[in-house]
Design a protein around this ligand. Sequence first.
Ligand code: SAM
Length: 283
Amino acid sequence: MTGDWFTETLYPEWRQSLQITSILHESKTRFQDVMVFENPRFGRVLTLDGVVQTTERDEFAYHEMMAHVPILAHGDVRRVAIIGGGDGGTLEEALKHAGIERAVMIEIDGEVVEICRQYLPDIAGDAFDDPRTELIIDDGVKFMRETGEIFDVIIIDSTDPMGPSMPLFGSEFYGDCGRHLSENGIIVTQSGVTFMQGDEARNTYARMKPIFADAALYVTQVPTYGAGYMTLGWGCRSMAPRQTPAETIEKRFAAAGLQTRYYSPAIHHASFALPAYIEALKT
Ligand code: SAM
């Protein structure tokens, strides 16, 4: 960070900078460096270990697609698990579905949750206080290995594969998730900005393929996840959810009464139509 600019150093050969109008919080937790600062265009910005995690102004493009695509494809989600997701944005979107009875969020770093609740309250809204929410401060790998629960949707909203999130991108963890999915259960994962982190999506797909009847990738576009499409991994125990007819998705979307700014039934299906350079990773 030089002067009044934050520069993301995720890649050695490509950087993005955001102007800092004020720093609201800086600390080092047991797991990572945390910073929250104000930017004129993106509002409040959360970074972990120097990497942009979410911003008030463009978080919708990520959290809506992480939550509504699997939940509306499934059609009858009662129990959802979110691994990571410390800012609460994915949790908030999931809880907009009235049919959800239980939302378990397993976040390894409780300080991230506290910092986000204090400095980025609009991202989670009142999701953490929703009676359906259970927040567990623990390693998602350990939780998925030990839990006896079955979920209809599991959302892996983790940091990039480094440090504690590394095992969340592995076959063993995907296998554990598979064992805790209901019949038409779906797992979705953040799998990186593919133009810069192609291996993440390649590996996610290759590791999901042997485990799930339906392994796929879909995309969203988040301005502060710079350099192109953000790819999300999809694993499902059956083909049915992803083959849900467009008119059914439209009916479910209308019935859910969602106000969205990125997700739409049209985008739901279009997001699985990948640019050739991403499709080519599914070899
Ligand atoms: N949207 C962001 C992205 O796509 O990079 C992720 C946001 S969220 C802040 C990422 C969270 O994953 C962090 O709060 C981090 O503490 C958490 N995390 C990393 N490894 C984890 C693990 N093994 N179990 C649970 N949470 C983990």
